[in-house]
Design a protein around this ligand. Structure first.
Ligand SMILES: *[C@@H]1O[C@H](CO)[C@@H](O)[C@H](O)[C@H]1NC(C)=O
Ligand SMILES: *[C@@H]1O[C@H](CO)[C@@H](O)[C@H](O)[C@H]1NC(C)=O
Ligand SMILES: *[C@@H]1O[C@H](CO)[C@@H](O)[C@H](O)[C@H]1NC(C)=O
Ligand SMILES: *[C@@H]1O[C@H](CO)[C@@H](O)[C@H](O)[C@H]1NC(C)=O
Ligand SMILES: *[C@@H]1O[C@H](CO)[C@@H](O)[C@H](O)[C@H]1NC(C)=O
Ligand SMILES: *[C@@H]1O[C@H](CO)[C@@H](O)[C@H](O)[C@H]1NC(C)=O
Ligand SMILES: *[C@@H]1O[C@H](CO)[C@@H](O)[C@H](O)[C@H]1NC(C)=O
Ligand SMILES: *[C@@H]1O[C@H](CO)[C@@H](O)[C@H](O)[C@H]1NC(C)=O
Ligand SMILES: *[C@@H]1O[C@H](CO)[C@@H](O)[C@H](O)[C@H]1NC(C)=O
Length: 528
């Protein structure tokens, strides 16, 4: 088992020159139009205690860095503003790294800047995308086209421009290569960047992208309507989901040859809920009623329009313990309506029960705020040598992973049809069996993904074999395309409690295939 070396990077930068960096930071002045800048220097090991609506950090384990807090006026006429931060470590690795956000949130993502950013040596930036708000509140978008445009791409693009200029000015030399790392809405932001501004980044890593939000937000409502109202005939109480999970595993865990509470390829699992249908005298806490069976059949079926257009993928079998809360207290049934009310219909009283498939097609056509890019055209990004890595948890409760397969297959097909490029030379997709939304779950999912470190799930080692961002750097800078990644499952998804097992993650269409031997070791699996 490889050693956990992520912690060893802390404090690599010695105090040599610390005073000079402090002076450089505190006296830093730059004159960029429509941007106010406030610098603060944090010596190595000092307390960094910061909170935004979407993230907080409270640690004294970061290396020395200069923090620039920017206020960017994104439209001089309307006065819309974005809060952006650029964090530049004394021990700079000569690279720039951008991060995105989650849900509908507005807030600088401090956890990313800290653990995925300066702790790894990157000059890093994150923006609130033009508004401060929780991830499941969209009221900021109501009748504010500028706020929508900022959320779609503009605030991030202006932040990128500022971060690039400020980083080069601060260090007095050009940036080497530029990277992006993000999951969920941040995944959508990375994809939109690749399409609109193909020159910006050399390597973009996206997890479970919330892309496009129009189809996703409709799916949130569609799935919710299968089971709501609470306590209705189709309602599945939280306590039933573990029962369903057990039955799913009984039917499908063994398909991949390893009984580990993880379904390696959920697309091979045709879950039959009727296997635990209630009889006349069944215990109602361990069986399913006809209404529940009907709801589950819909939840576990891809969603298409009547003319056969793919709208969104199903709940994949395996994520049941996470599905338990998705439509009760979880974000899904909040996020979907917030988008439709505020961005599409401009009506805070809009009733999600009225959503139709025609509404979805109209929203796709109109693309309010240009938040989405519905095309599969990434050819400009690939043609200039840009690399795209994509990962997705196969037990994702928030953005079903079937949507990631759909994106990958569609982009690959588009690229093959319209160019001479082999998409596999530019774009690889790593499905992550058993992972929930962006992290956690029952599978080996610690792979260096965005915000996994801050969640107590760092990669086993910061190198191209274990860390997807390091793998991207190796691809961009050394031409070594990733052929596998070794991911860890920690006990209770908590690194301090030790490694439970490791697995190989493989670029689709390959999968990790068990070869016999120790089931806890990735050495017993090959990508094939
Ligand atoms: C961190 O900041 C919060 C306010 O944002 C404060 O309540 C808390 O005491 C601070 N923690 C430490 C360790 O200073
Ligand atoms: C800036 O905002 C004004 C006022 O809302 C609007 O008319 C204009 O189109 C916006 N400009 C851009 C580039 O979005
Ligand atoms: C969303 O935020 C607005 C403005 O801060 C607030 O008035 C509203 O109550 C929030 N809505 C929800 C559902 O939390
Ligand atoms: C979508 O992507 C295409 C192809 O890269 C690009 O030409 C277009 O400007 C993008 N449109 C939007 C709305 O992002
Ligand atoms: C649903 O039923 C449970 C259990 O009987 C009860 O505690 C809860 O209040 C009910 N919720 C609603 C919204 O009816
Ligand atoms: C289905 O209908 C929608 C909306 O009219 C249209 O955009 C789409 O292209 C149609 N798909 C097919 C396969 O005909
Ligand atoms: C893809 O988008 C680029 C702009 O980003 C455009 O130049 C090109 O024509 C598009 N390709 C196709 C086949 O539409
Ligand atoms: C991780 O486990 C340790 C004990 O090993 C515990 O102190 C810590 O609170 C746990 N972290 C989380 C996020 O649960
Ligand atoms: C795998 O790890 C589990 C604990 O997580 C342990 O119970 C089991 O014996 C291990 N199997 C092997 C073959 O080492």
């Amino acid at each position: 088992m490889p050693n956990i070396t992520h912690a060893a990077l802390i404090g690599v930068v010695a105090a040599v020159g610390a005073t000079a960096w402090k002076d450089q930071c505190e006296g830093f002045k730059a004159h960029l139009p429509n941007i106010a800048i406030k610098p603060t220097y944090y010596p190595a090991g000092s307390l960094v205690n910061l909170t935004s609506p979407s993230s907080s950090v409270n640690t004294n384990k970061l290396p020395a860095f200069c923090r620039l807090a920017l206020t960017i006026t994104t439209n001089v006429t309307s006065g819309n503003q974005a809060l952006t931060e650029v964090w530049m470590p004394d021990g700079w690795n000569n690279r720039l790294l951008g991060f995105g956000n989650g849900g509908l949130s507005g807030g600088v993502v401090y956890s990313s800047l800290s653990y995925d950013g300066v702790q790894q040596g990157y000059s890093s930036f994150s923006t609130n995308t033009g508004h401060q708000s929780s991830p499941i509140n969209g009221s900021w978008a109501l009748n504010d086209v500028n706020a929508q445009l900022d959320f779609g791409f503009r605030a991030f693009q202006l932040s990128y421009q500022a971060a690039k200029t400020l980083t080069e000015q601060y260090y007095g030399k050009p940036i080497g290569k530029k990277y992006y790392l993000g999951c969920s809405t941040a995944g959508r932001m990375g994809l939109v960047e690749a399409q609109r501004y193909p020159e910006d980044f050399d390597g973009i890593v996206v997890g479970s992208p919330a892309n496009p939000i129009a189809r996703l937000a409709a799916w949130n409502i569609y799935q919710g309507r299968q089971v709501l109202p609470v306590n209705g005939t189709r309602w599945i109480p939280a306590a039933m989901w573990p029962v369903i999970h057990k039955e799913v595993m009984k039917q499908c865990d063994g398909i991949d040859g390893v009984m580990d509470d993880v379904i390696d390829d959920p697309r091979q699992c045709n879950f039959r809920p009727e296997a635990i249908a209630c009889g006349p005298s069944s215990d109602r806490t361990t069986c399913l009623t006809l209404g529940q069976i009907s709801a589950l059949r819909a939840l576990y079926t891809d969603w298409h329009s009547n003319n056969g257009t793919f709208l969104f993928s199903r709940f994949e079998p395996g994520g049941e313990l996470a599905y338990a809360t998705s439509y009760v207290s979880g974000p899904n049934i909040a996020l979907g309506p917030e988008y439709w009310k505020n961005v599409v219909f401009s009506d805070p009283n809009w009733d999600y029960n009225t959503l139709t498939v025609d509404d979805v097609f109209r929203a796709i056509e109109r693309n309010p705020g240009q938040i989405d890019n519905h095309s599969f055209n990434y050819t400009s990004y690939f043609a200039r040598g840009g690399k795209l890595l994509h990962y997705a948890g196969l037990a994702d409760q928030t953005i079903s992973s079937g949507n990631s397969y759909y994106l990958y297959n569609s982009v690959s097909a588009f690229t093959k049809e319209n160019t001479n490029l082999d998409p596999y030379d530019y774009y690889r997709f790593f499905p992550v069996p058993g992972m929930y939304h962006c992290n956690g779950g029952t599978g080996a999912s610690a792979l260096g993904g965005n915000n996994q470190r801050s969640g107590g799930m760092p990669p086993l080692s910061v190198d191209p074999a274990h860390d997807i961002l390091a793998a991207m750097v190796d691809w961009v800078e050394n031409g070594n395309a990733p052929t596998q990644l070794i991911a860890a499952k920690y006990n209770n998804n908590n690194v301090t409690q030790g490694v439970q097992f490791t697995r190989k993650l493989c670029p689709y269409p390959q999968k990790g295939v068990y070869q016999g031997g120790d089931q806890n070791s990735s050495d017993s699996f090959i990508c094939a």
